[in-house]
Design a protein around this ligand. Structure first.
Ligand SMILES: Cc1ncc(C[n+]2csc(CCOP(=O)(O)OP(=O)(O)O)c2C)c(N)n1
Ligand code: SF4
Ligand SMILES: [Mg+2]
Length: 336
C-alpha cells in the first residue's frame, strides 16, 4: 500500500485511471440521479474491495436506486437491512463467517471482506447505537457512511451530519432560521474514540485516496470506519456536472478535511498547498446555502478555520516518538 500523498489532486489525476482496477462490482443501469456522488463512491469502494466482499446496506438512496429488479447493480453478495441496524447485521455476518471457518465449512485462509454501508441518517442518527456496539466489540468489519448530509431518500430532511447553515425541509431557512443551526456531528471522531485500529475520511472527488483507504481498512484486522463525503446534486441544489468539483471545494476550504486515524495517530491526507480557500467558494456552488448572510458565513468560516487548526495540532501531537512510545505501543499492542 502506497503512502497517502499530500497533493492528492495532482496525484489522483495522474494515477487514478491507470491504477484503478478495471472490474466493476457496482454495475451500470441503476437509478441514481445524474451526478450522484454516493453512487460513484460505491463504485470506487467495490473496485477497491474486489469480489470477495459482502455488503450489508441500510435503507436509503443507495439501496433504493440499486436493488429493484431489473435494475439490480450489485456484483457482490448484498443484503438489505433496516434503516438502523447495518452495524448489528454486519457484526452477525462476521461472527457467522468465523464459525463456518472454525467448523471447516469455509476455507479458513479465504479472506472475505465485510462492508457495512449506510447514509448519514442511518449512521449519525438512527444507526449510531448499533455502530458504537460494533466498534466497541471490534468486529472485523469496515463500516462506510456515505454522507450526503441529509435524509435524501425521503425528501431532504436534515440529519445531525447536515452542515451548519444548510437549508433542508426540516431546517428550512427563513426569517428566524439560518437553516441547520448547530455544528455537523463528527462521526469519524466518535468512531475514533472507540480506539478501533482504523478510521478515515474520504471523498470520491479524490478517488485514489478513497480506494487506498478502503483497501487499507480491509487489510487491517479489526473494526474500521470510513466517512465518505458525497455530494448530492438533487438535495444540495447544484448542477449534476458539479458534484466532483463541490467535493473538491469542501476539502480545499477545510469544510471537509481528509484524514486518517491509525491506531490513535492522526494524519491529514491533503493539505492545500496554498492554504484553505474561503468557504464562500464552496457555499456559492449550492442552493442550500444561498440564503446565508455575510456575517453568518464569517462565523462559520471562523469555526471551520479553528477546526482545521485543531486537526493540524492533533497530527503534530500524535506523530511524535513520545506519543507512540507512551500511548500507541502500550495501548494497541497489549492484548487483554
Ligand atoms: C425506522 C425507519 N424510520 C424511517 C424510515 C424511512 N426512511 C427510509 S430511508 C430514510 C432516509 C435515509 O437517509 P440517509 O441514511 O441519510 O440515506 P440517503 O437517503 O440520504 O441516502 C428514511 C427516513 C425507515 N425506513 N425506517
Ligand atoms: S437524491 Fe442525491 S443521493 Fe439520492 S440518488 Fe439522487 S443524487 Fe444520489
Ligand atoms: Mg443521507
Amino acid at each position: 500500500m502506497s503512502e497517502v500523498v499530500r497533493d492528492l489532486k495532482a496525484f489522483a489525476k495522474a494515477l487514478v485511471y491507470k491504477n484503478a482496477p478495471k472490474e466493476e462490482y457496482f454495475k451500470r443501469g441503476h437509478r441514481a440521479c445524474q451526478g450522484c456522488a454516493p453512487a460513484l463512491a460505491i463504485r470506487y469502494i467495490l473496485k477497491a474491495a474486489g469480489p470477495n466482499t459482502i455488503v450489508v446496506n441500510a435503507t436509503g438512496c443507495m439501496e433504493i436506486i440499486s436493488s429493484p429488479f431489473p435494475y439490480t447493480s450489485w456484483g457482490v453478495p448484498w443484503i438489505h437491512v433496516a434503516f438502523e441496524n447495518v452495524a448489528a447485521v454486519a457484526s452477525g455476518v462476521e461472527a457467522a463467517i468465523k464459525v463456518l471457518k472454525r467448523k471447516g465449512r469455509l476455507d479458513p485462509n479465504k479472506r472475505i471482506n465485510i462492508i457495512g454501508l449506510a447514509g448519514d441518517g442511518g449512521t449519525a442518527d438512527i444507526g449510531l447505537q448499533a455502530l458504537s456496539g460494533m466498534l466497541a466489540r471490534n468486529h472485523n468489519v469496515t463500516y462506510i457512511c456515505y454522507d450526503n448530509e441529509a435524509y435524501m431518500n425521503t425528501g431532504v430532511q436534515g440529519s445531525s451530519a447536515t452542515f451548519t447553515g444548510a437549508s433542508t425541509t426540516t431546517t428550512p431557512a427563513g426569517r428566524y432560521s439560518i437553516g441547520q443551526g448547530y455544528w455537523k456531528k463528527n462521526v469519524a471522531e466518535i468512531a475514533a474514540s472507540h480506539y478501533v485500529p482504523y478510521v478515515a475520511t474520504a471523498c470520491p472527488s479524490y478517488p485514489l485516496d478513497l480506494m487506498n483507504k478502503v483497501r487499507k481498512s480491509l487489510e487491517i484486522e479489526g473494526a474500521a470506519y470510513i466517512h465518505v463525503f458525497a455530494p448530492c446534486p438533487t438535495g444540495w441544489g447544484c448542477p449534476s456536472s458539479m458534484a466532483i468539483e463541490v467535493g473538491r471545494l469542501a476539502v480545499e476550504t477545510g469544510v471537509y478535511p481528509l484524514y486518517e486515524v491509525e491506531r490513535g495517530v492522526w494524519k491529514i491526507s491533503y493539505i492545500p498547498p496554498k492554504g484553505l480557500k474561503p468557504i464562500e467558494e464552496y457555499f456559492k456552488t449550492q442552493r442550500r446555502f444561498k440564503h446565508l448572510k455575510k456575517e453568518v458565513v464569517e462565523k462559520i468560516q471562523e469555526k471551520v478555520r479553528a477546526h482545521w487548526e485543531r486537526l493540524l495540532m492533533l497530527e503534530k501531537m500524535t506523530n511524535t516518538e513520545e506519543f507512540k512510545e507512551k500511548f500507541v505501543r502500550p495501548f494497541y499492542e497489549v492484548q487483554i
